[in-house]
Design a protein around this ligand. Structure first.
Ligand code: ZN
Length: 170
């Protein structure tokens, strides 16, 4: 047992689950599957038959999913989950959010970024996908995707009329 070394070793980053998300820390994407015939999306990614009962496709293709979505539901976990969850010591409560992806309409459950709890969340709130360290061992940092409150959009059109009121279209 050695106490904290002066220089931290370089840990290699590995996804906690292979193939569910890309490893670009700045702009990670979930990887889902898409039916080439009817366009139905699936997450987690898988192969095989299209889940749509109206479609005969027997193949699904891997596809990146949108990074943004809106909170559909959320909760907070105040008890240590069973293995394979690797708890922090001491256990810190964390929030879980089901986020409806912007483009695909798919609802994806995920842990919420560290420090953001249920009191900070609201149904309909904009979220974005980020990567966080789940836990570490001697050689690795295990990365997990998390939902984080979306930052004020980088792609915001600042000059556009900021507050267009929805004029009750029938
Ligand atoms: Zn299909």
């Amino acid at each position: 047992m050695s106490d904290s070394p002066a220089t931290a070793p370089t840990l290699s980053r590995v996804p906690i689950i292979e193939g569910w998300f890309t490893d670009d820390v700045h702009a990670p994407h979930l990887i889902g599957s898409k039916c080439p015939l009817c366009g139905t999306f699936v997450f987690p990614p898988r192969s095989g038959d299209c889940p749509s009962p109206f479609c005969d496709s027997t193949t699904l293709e891997p596809t990146p999913l949108s990074r943004r979505g809106k909170v559909w539901s959320y909760t907070e976990n105040r008890y240590t989950p069973p293995p394979p969850y690797v708890p922090t010591e001491p256990f810190e409560p964390y929030a879980l959010a089901a986020v409806e992806l912007e483009a695909e309409g798919l609802v994806v459950l995920g842990k919420v970024a560290t420090g953001v709890l249920a009191a900070d969340l609201k149904v309909g709130m904009e979220m974005q996908l980020e990567l966080d360290v789940s836990h570490r061992d001697a050689d690795h940092e295990y990365m997990v995707y998390v939902w984080a409150p979306a930052r004020p959009s980088a792609a915001s059109t600042a000059s556009a009329t900021a507050s267009t009121t929805d004029g009750g279209a029938a």
